[in-house]
Design a protein around this ligand. Structure first.
Ligand code: ATP
Length: 364
């Protein structure tokens, strides 16, 4: 079975810095797991420990059910692709692709067949005779990916594989890599700090912060059910509005909240919120696209002033405030909004998140 299991793994660098602390992660056969998080949170360290490029201080890493802590990188049968593709400049694309196969003692006919197969998958057939200097960035990236999938490793590890591409190529490559990986049935770990890359390519995402894993879930659940304040604020563009509030109690299935500055809202919330004591300090979360502009004030909404209007093409992003708090709303570009307007916004039912004093989502 091509699986990766990381069990209670900690990494302390020789200078005493703890980069990763007791993380647990299982990547199943055929699964693509993205490690996502801000710079310095320990993503690359985690990947390098799986690859065998960094010692594991505590805990265990298994590949295919076998402990690999003591194995050298080359004994682990993993394929890695880095953001710096490191192609051999004097070799053609075909020779670059073939390079990893030399160590496997295959016949020339076998190696050529493999190169043709990988070139076909990654649409590199027309450039097989070129040297890296004669390739576009996207083609170079595909050669690097091809070189890592040409062998038959137990798993794939990618470190920011698309970071050097421009926006259009990234979009295209995200789809291509996803398609290639889905045909390989291996465990794959992709490190990225780009949430769109993670949301589009992953089967599951592990969100990391400061050496720990904050949540592991499907892209849908990471977005729709963030486990805590950090994940809520980290995923989604524009960022989720996070509003400090005081819980005042449940009224007919709706939660009442008092906001700084005196405004009150009564919004549909998860029934678990009813378990909080009145007066508990919480954070309300609502995404800018889930605020609805209303013609008049509503109990499940607020009235705020428009400070800044940012046209974004199909949509408009407006920054609102009432002196005590600020929020952002995204609406269709045809909605007329001007700076200085007073706007009534409603919290759409089913989209309000409540985070308790421990910053965890209050959810049943
Ligand atoms: P980025 O997205 O910027 O690459 P990352 O999440 O991949 O970040 P890591 O490269 O895993 O982060 O680094 C995690 C932390 O460990 C950082 O604070 C980094 O400075 C630190 N670190 C990395 N390598 C070493 C080292 N050899 N010795 C000491 N500290 C290190």
């Amino acid at each position: 079975m091509a699986t990766i299991d990381i069990k209670d793994v900690t990494k302390v660098y020789p200078n005493g810095f703890k980069a990763v602390e007791r993380i647990n992660l299982s990547v199943g056969q055929g699964e693509v797991m993205c490690l996502l998080g801000p710079s310095g949170c320990g993503k690359t360290t985690t990947l390098r420990m799986v690859a065998g490029l960094e010692d594991i201080t505590e805990g265990e890493c298994q590949i295919g059910g076998r402990r690999v802590n003591e194995l050298l990188a080359r004994e682990r049968n993993v394929a890695m692709a880095f953001q710096f593709y490191a192609l051999y400049p004097s070799l053609t694309v075909a020779e670059n692709l073939k390079f990893p196969l030399h160590a496997e003692g295959r016949s020339h006919a076998e190696m050529d067949a493999k190169v043709r197969q990988v070139a076909k998958t990654l649409q590199l057939e027309s450039v097989l005779g070129r040297k890296p200097a004669q390739l576009s960035e996207g083609e170079k990236q595909r050669v690097a990916v091809g070189r890592s999938i040409i062998r038959d490793p137990e798993c794939f590890l990618f470190d920011e594989p698309l970071s050097r591409l421009d926006v259009t190529l990234r979009e295209q490559m995200r789809g291509e890599i996803k398609e290639v990986l889905s045909g390989l049935s291996k465990a794959t770990v992709i490190v990225t700090h780009d949430q769109l890359e993670a949301l589009t390519m992953a089967d599951r995402i592990a969100v990391m912060r400061a050496g720990i894993i904050e949540q592991v879930a499907t892209p849908h659940d990471i977005f729709a059910k963030p486990a805590n304040l950090f994940v809520a604020g980290f995923i989604g563009t524009p960022q989720m509005n996070l509003i400090p509030a005081s819980f005042t109690g449940m009224v007919g299935g709706h939660g009442g909240f008092a906001l700084p500055g005196g405004q009150k809202v009564l919004v549909q919330v998860d029934p678990a919120v009813g378990g909080l004591a009145a007066g508990t300090g919480v954070t309300l979360g609502i995404r800018p696209r889930n605020l609805e502009i209303m013609p008049e004030p509503v109990p499940d909404g607020l009235t705020l002033q428009v400070d800044i209007v940012e046209p974004m093409g199909a949509e408009t992003l407006a920054h609102l405030s009432d002196g005590a708090q600020s929020m952002r709303v995204v609406c269709d570009w045809r909605v007329p909004i001007d700076e200085g307007d007073r706007l009534h916004v409603r919290f759409q039912p089913g989209y309000v998140h409540v985070f308790g004093p421990d910053e965890q989502a209050v959810r049943s």
